[in-house]
Design a protein around this ligand. Sequence first.
Ligand code: MAV
Length: 326
Amino acid sequence: HVKKIVKATLVSAAFVALATPATAQTLRGASMFDDNHTFTKTMVKFGDLVEQYYKGDVEFDLRLNGEFGVEKDYVTFLNQGVAIDYTILAPSNMARFAPSIPLMDMPFLFRDLDHWNTVLSSNVMAPLEQELSDKADIVIVGYAGGGTRNLISSKKISNMDELAGHKMRVMGAPIQAQVFNAIGAAPSAISYNEVYNAIQTGVVSGLENEAASIQNLKFYEVAPHITKTAHTITVRPIVFSGKSFRKLPADLQTAIMKAGKEAGAYGRELESREDAIKLKQMADAGQIKVSEFANREKLLVMVKPVQDKFAASIGATELLEAIRNK
Ligand code: MAV
């Protein structure tokens, strides 16, 4: 008798599944931040634009506040085609899958915002996009970013002497550690969600980051000193899992590519414009103390051979020259 009931339940469940009209395609994204951060705003914009450009049904399920972990988790998910379909990633957090990609966010790559803008609106990064697609199965659909990264530390750093031996967290790409080594600091790769605690417990004395993220994650609570090394202007691709992307209808793929470009441009404008405003908000609120760095030009000289060596090691000497000459 019990068996019969189970069978009947299964049959009716199958019947319900068949009778239910096809539900909308759901695409899941992840952000490490709350809804005030530019990355989150950029991904919301991306979803809105896709909905606008695509005639069919599509829904976006964007998970915030690191619910799905941090970028080093996201990159694995995208590569495997599990858990999420899209996000925004620092190129240096994709190094494990595509060793050349961290060239995009190598410190001291861009002279200034104009240079950064010119490079990102050209297609000079195309070979790196190709490598990411081939090796990691991750598709770049647009470029966000535009924050300027500075040092943020528990004690004041304003010159080469104070920088010497400074223990700091860097992203997990070898080129990041090499650059900060070259300027005399003592870098170590620590997962982003462990950095706050690592500073609090004295494992490191700081990190390097941009205003939007410092403000959103309150790193200033443990590291209130900002040193304006302005070493990186961020390049933050909006990325899609190749495995998810290939399953989508062609017209949805087209809508995603168009929306990705536009959402990226929106994010770049927003983050680059808000960068100085956010630094000032934190300074005015007494959360940070800002110092200039006495020898910034010297840093450039120390870093150039490291950049050249990295580019040579990945066969990208010409590409690096092309970026520098833009
Ligand atoms: C900032 O939050 C962002 O640039 C993000 O993309 C990076 O992953 C993060 O810093 C980091 O330093 O890991």
